[in-house]
Structures are given as structure tokens and as C-alpha cells.
Design a protein around this ligand. Structure first.
Ligand code: PHE
Length: 343
């Protein structure tokens, strides 16, 4: 009996079957009513008493092995079956692989950074929670300037010192941070969120995004400012784009200007988007006021520079014909899914 079991175990080892009929035959051969195991159990009563214990253990072990082997064969077969089903029908639709897409503001920000990186600008960042010095006083805002007013600026209360923390109202604060820590030549763009106490509407929001630019070196002139911004406008809006600089005022630049680009949609003839003027205002800019350089330890007799700042929401609105600012912040997938880009 021991011999039979050993021989059958060796046979069992070798079995490798992939279809269910053959597995069923194996089952019948070993576990069926007239199968090998029932035969062996029938012979068990003839085993001499002193061998019963050893034979009993052997026999039960054999039965377990047979059962395990059959279970394993069945499992293998199911795996093979399910694999072959995958290849059965090559016309089946593929499993949907859903990818997210970039937010339009990120696309436009990245595109602007890319354009300026080609003329040597790197990216700088600064904190959103700032102090008065970086947002206002080092930028030549006089103490009574209306932009410091509670109407515009979010102040953070309960600071123990008298230098109130504020949420930055523009990315110009990063100009100051960079000038404090870096010697000229400086050539940076600084993207980021800014905060102003404004009622939310289709045209205004209390949180929005700007990109600041800062260029400081020896002999930087207004012509450099103009040419750099013309290059940017052509890269961003197309080769045919023209720019126009209108005199303006910022405390930290002198002279200051607003820059308009020619309206792409009507080619300058006048339409709804440019309100009939043929021009679209896209940024503020100017030569850095010597007071600003001096406030951050840069010698204004040796160095000069220019700065510019633009709203990312506004540029994305022009680029994608978005009519309502609030769409940027509502996270409605129907809106967000429409944008794809290399940036
Ligand atoms: N900081 C200005 C604003 O928020 C924009 C600006 C930046 C103007 C740099 C001139 C130079 O409107």
C-alpha cells in the first residue's frame, strides 16, 4: 500500500492539464466512487494494527495532496481562460484612461515663464503673507497712500509688533525680496497669488494671480523695457502683434506706463472685446524708481532697471475668450476639461 501511494504521488506531480474535462477525469480517477483513494481506504481494514497509525497518516496526506492538486489545476485553468478572453475580441473598447488637465491659469503662467526664460529670466518666489515694508514702504508708497487703505488690503490682526502682516496686494513685493538678497544683474519673473479686498463679480475677485518681471543691470534704458515687452507680446499673442505704451503712475516706477497690445480678434479695427479701441490693456510697467533701488541697498548711480506686472486671469481671458472670472475658481469640470496644452 505504501508503494502504491508513493507511485501515485509521483504520477500526480507530473500532471499538468489545462482543460476542464481532463481535470474531471483526474478527479474521478483519484476521488471517484471507484477511484484509487476509495480503493485504498477499502484496503485499509486489512492493514495490520501496528501499521494502522502510519498508514492512516499516509493515506490522509495523499488525499489532501490530490485535492490540492485538483484545486490548483482548476485555478490555473481559470487564469488561462480569463487571459484568453482579453484577447478574444480585439474590437472591444479599451479601458478608459482618464487624465487630468492643467488649469488655464497654470497653462498661461507656464507659457509666460517659458517666453521670458528664452531671454534669460529665471523664476523667483516670495511669501503671500507679507509685511508693510515689502508690499508698500520699500516700494516707495508714501505712508498715506490709498492702496494701504483697509478697502484694498487684507490686514492680519493680532501681531504683537506694530508692523502689521498683510496679504500681498501685488507680486511687486517679490521685487524687494530679490533685491535684498541678490546683487545685480537681476533678471527674474515672479508668478503668484495676490489678494485685494474687492467684491467678487465677473470682472473682479479678491484672489487673483500676477506675474512680475524685474530687470536690473548697468545702463538699462526705457528702450530695453520696450523691446523686451514687444518680444513678449509677439511670442504670446502672435508675430503681427503691436504694442502701445501709455503714460501712467506707480509709486515704484518712474516713468511708468500701461502697456496695450493690438487686439487680435479684430486686427485693430475695433470690436466688443477691445471695446472698439483696437487695443487691449495687459500690464503696468516702468523704470524702477531710484528710491526703490536704494531702499534695498542697490546703488542707483551704478544700476538702473525696469519692472512690469501683469494679471494672469486677464491674459487667460483674452487667450481663451473667458467672460467670467469666477469660472477660474469654481472647479467645474465642464469648464476645466476644455484646456489642454504643451505648457
Ligand atoms: N504692481 C502693479 C499692480 O499691481 C503692476 C506693476 C508692476 C507696475 C511692476 C509697474 C511695475 O498693478
Amino acid at each position: 500500500m505504501k508503494n502504491i501511494i508513493e507511485k501515485e504521488l509521483a504520477v500526480l506531480e507530473q500532471i499538468d492539464i489545462k482543460n476542464s474535462e481532463e481535470i474531471e477525469q483526474i478527479r474521478i480517477k483519484y476521488l471517484g466512487k471507484k477511484g484509487i483513494l476509495s480503493d485504498l481506504f477499502a484496503q485499509f481494514k486489512n492493514v495490520p494494527n501496528e501499521q494502522k497509525r502510519e498508514m492512516g497518516l499516509l493515506l490522509n496526506d495523499f488525499k489532501t495532496r490530490v485535492e490540492n492538486k485538483i484545486a490548483m489545476l482548476k485555478e490555473n485553468m481559470e487564469n488561462v481562460d480569463s487571459k484568453s478572453v482579453d484577447f478574444d475580441d480585439l474590437t472591444k473598447p479599451a479601458t478608459l484612461f482618464t487624465l487630468g488637465s492643467r488649469h488655464p491659469l497654470s497653462i498661461v503662467r507656464n507659457e509666460i515663464i517659458e517666453i521670458f526664460s528664452h531671454i534669460g529670466y529665471s523664476v523667483a518666489e516670495g511669501p503671500e503673507i507679507e509685511d508693510d515694508r515689502h508690499v508698500f514702504s520699500a516700494l516707495n508708497f508714501p505712508p498715506e497712500h490709498p492702496a494701504r487703505d483697509m478697502q484694498d488690503t487684507f490686514f492680519i490682526e493680532n501681531r504683537t509688533d506694530n508692523n502689521h502682516a498683510v496679504l500681498r496686494t501685488h507680486t511687486s513685493s517679490v521685487q524687494v525680496r530679490v533685491m535684498e538678497r541678490q546683487k545685480p544683474p537681476i533678471r527674474i519673473v515672479a508668478p503668484g497669488r495676490v489678494f485685494r479686498n474687492e467684491a467678487i463679480s465677473a470682472r473682479a475677485h479678491c484672489i487673483f494671480h500676477q506675474i512680475e518681471g524685474l530687470y536690473i543691470d548697468k545702463n538699462v534704458s526705457f528702450a530695453d523695457l520696450k523691446q523686451s515687452l514687444l518680444y513678449f507680446a509677439k511670442e504670446m499673442f502672435g508675430e503681427q502683434t503691436q504694442i502701445r505704451l501709455r503714460p501712467s503712475y506707480f509709486p515704484f516706477t518712474e516713468p511708468s506706463a500701461e502697456m496695450d497690445v493690438s487686439c487680435n480678434l479684430c486686427g485693430g479695427k475695433g470690436c466688443n472685446i477691445c471695446k472698439g479701441t483696437g487695443w487691449l490693456e495687459i500690464m503696468g510697467c516702468g523704470m524702477i524708481d531710484p528710491n526703490v533701488l536704494e531702499a534695498s541697498g542697490i546703488d542707483s548711480k551704478v544700476y538702473s532697471g525696469f519692472a512690469f506686472g501683469m494679471g494672469i486671469e486677464r491674459i487667460a481671458m483674452l487667450k481663451y475668450d473667458i467672460k467670467d472670472l469666477r469660472l477660474y475658481f469654481e472647479n467645474d469640470l465642464r469648464f476645466l476639461k476644455q484646456f489642454s496644452s504643451a505648457f
